[in-house]
Every structure is written in C-alpha cells, then in structure tokens.
Design a protein. Structure first.
Length: 356
C-alpha cells in the first residue's frame, strides 16, 4: 500500500532513479520485476541466481471478469477519435472557410451536415504556414469518409489532400506493472486535461495485461502537458515510459515489437537470439544496440515479430528467462512507426563495417 501511494501521486512527482530514456525512449529505468512465471533457463539455479520478483503481480480473475475487461478495452480502442490532416490549403484559407467547403461536399445530406457542424467537427490550422489543418471528427468512419471526399476540393486551382492521423492526442504508456488498471491511468492523467479514455492493453484470450496502454486526450495541448510532466516517474514499482503514439486503427494498437533489456554485456549475437525466440513464434528481426564506434553492446535491443500473437508467445516464454548469464527482460515496445524506425537504425549500425 505504501508503495502504491508513492506511485499514485503524480502530483507529488516521484522520479525514478533509472536515468534518462534513450534508444527510442525505452532504455531508461526498466521494471524492477517481471511478472508471470519464473524460469530457470538451465544454469541460474546452479549459480544461486533468481529472476527479479514482481512487486505488484496481476491478480487471478474469473472468466466473467476477463470477458468484461477485454470487452471494455475493445470498446475504447474502437472509439479512437480520429483526426484528419488536410493539406494543400496554400496559407490563405481560414478555419471557417475550410469548414464551409467540407459542408458543401454534401449539402443535401442531413447526417453529413450534422457531423461537420461546429459541435462535432473541430478545425485547427497548423501554424505558422497555415497551409494545412487538423480536422477532428467524431469517429474513424467519418474520418475515412472525409479523406475520400476532400480530394474533390480545390484551393487556388489545386486539389486538396488528406490523411487520417492521431496528431498529438494519443499517448503510449509503457512498462506498466501487471496490477495497473484502466482506472489507475485515468486517475494519473486526468490531472492534465480532459480524457476521451484510457486503457491497459490486454491479451484477448486471457485478459492478462500486456504491460502497456494508451491515454487518449481531447486535445493536443493537454496531451503535450502530460507528456512533459511524466519524465522518470515511478508508478507501482515501475519507471513508466510515455511516448507519442501514431496508431490510427484498433489493430495497430496491438504491438508486435518487443523491447529487450538486461542483456549480458558481451551478448551481441542476434542470430543466436533469433533462433532462440523462433522456438515460440515467428520473428522478422532481432537487433541489439551497439555503440557505433566500439561495437560494444548497449545491453538493450528489439525483437520485431510477424504478428502480435507471436510477440505475446515469445514474451510469455522468455521474459525473465536466464540467457547467457542474465535474466533478460522482454516488454512491449510502442507500436508506432517511430519504433520500427529505431529498429531499422540499429540494424544499419549492426551492418556497418567496423572501422580500423
């Protein structure tokens, strides 16, 4: 209870001792414990070693409780409030003029007129050039419809373009303790503004926490304030990670990338790890962060799996497993494009010739 009280108080701002984050925002303070079953790996017991103990293990739940948790998660992520980036405005169009143009796309459609009215559609020009705008609509279906129709509009003789985005309203919250619930996230983040929802991501078959979640703010300004405040914050015994998320569909919120930590200092054999992990699931790539000049292992890396299901199998089997003299940690990475960009960057370092 005492530890929970410490973590609950974001206002009190307890800071973790894990140091700054790096490597895609995920290198900093890692979890103190692992959760799930503890595995030996074939040599730890002989050396008198044991994996970290989870301070806040996930409680056992009935089938009915699991069903409720999973259904609630699905309902929330299906209600991902969509934003549409409209570009090609030329810098001279006002917000009200753009709204009027959108409404004229279907002047006789009462449903369209209601959905694009001021109550349901918010238009914000992007400074300083004002040549694009973020249009917030009430659901993803409306966003897709808007994207398909905006191509009919012209400004200065040039057609406009549009794409769905979640610009600066959706935060990824990583390295959560297994015991964290939706209500905990709501309590933590509601200090910084109005929330559309907050959810812990769960395995759909078992209802078990995946150790990460999302917080969906009503505005980018509120989300930015929250992101700025959560630096090296310890909650329920974990140094939680806060990053932007660019997910635009419910499926894209289920990560297929795992973050590896607590790797042995000398371990840089990505092929060995790939072969090990492929005993449980399909793996696209394994990268270990190496120093760009010395090629020394930075003791962290990523596993890019074929599917979220493969990632879950590998995480359950090998998290806190004893590999090459260390109990390695496997937690979910942010499912956003930025994570895959980090993986590709680390891969390029691995493949770069070593300078004499």
């Amino acid at each position: 209870e005492e530890e929970g009280e410490r973590g609950e108080g974001m206002a009190r701002g307890e800071r973790g001792k894990g140091g700054g984050e790096g490597g895609g925002g995920e290198r900093g303070g890692e979890e103190r414990g692992g959760g799930g079953e503890k595995k030996d790996g074939g040599g730890a017991a002989k050396k008198g070693l044991a994996p970290p103990v989870e301070m806040y293990p996930e409680p056992e739940r009935s089938e009915e409780e699991v069903e409720v948790l999973v259904r609630r998660m699905r309902e929330k992520i299906e209600d991902l409030k969509a934003h549409v980036l409209v570009f090609g405005l030329g810098g001279s169009t006002t917000e009200e003029a753009l709204r009027a143009m959108v409404q004229r796309l279907a002047p006789d459609d009462a449903e369209w007129q209601e959905a694009t009215g001021a109550e349901h559609m918010h238009v914000k020009l992007r400074a300083p050039a004002n040549d694009s705008a973020i249009v917030r609509v009430r659901n993803r279906a409306m966003a897709n419809s808007l994207v398909s129709r905006v191509g009919e509009l012209e400004v200065g003789g040039k057609k406009l373009g549009a794409e769905v985005t979640t610009v600066e309203t959706l935060l990824f919250v990583g390295n959560l303790a297994p015991v964290v619930e939706d209500e905990d996230l709501e309590k933590l983040f509601s200090h910084y503004g109005s929330l559309e929802w907050a959810t812990v991501m769960r395995h759909e078959a078992t209802g078990r926490s995946k150790g990460y979640g999302f917080v969906h703010f009503s505005s980018g300004q509120e989300a930015s304030a929250a992101k700025a405040a959560f630096v090296n914050v310890v909650y329920k015994g974990r140094n939680i990670r806060i990053e932007w998320a660019d997910c635009t569909t419910p499926d894209s919120m289920h990560s297929r990338v795992l973050y590896m930590a607590r790797l042995p200092a000398g371990l840089s054999l990505t092929v060995t790890l790939k072969q090990l992990f492929e005993k449980e699931g399909k793996v696209k790539d394994v990268v270990i962060a190496l120093h760009p000049t010395t090629r020394q292992s930075q003791k962290f890396g990523y596993v890019e799996c074929e599917t979220p299901e493969d990632a879950e199998k590998i995480r359950v089997r090998f998290h806190d497993d004893f590999v090459h003299s260390s109990f390695i940690s496997l937690t979910y990475a942010n499912p956003s494009k930025s994570t895959l960009a980090t993986v590709r960057s680390l891969r390029s370092i691995l493949e770069r010739p070593l300078l004499p």
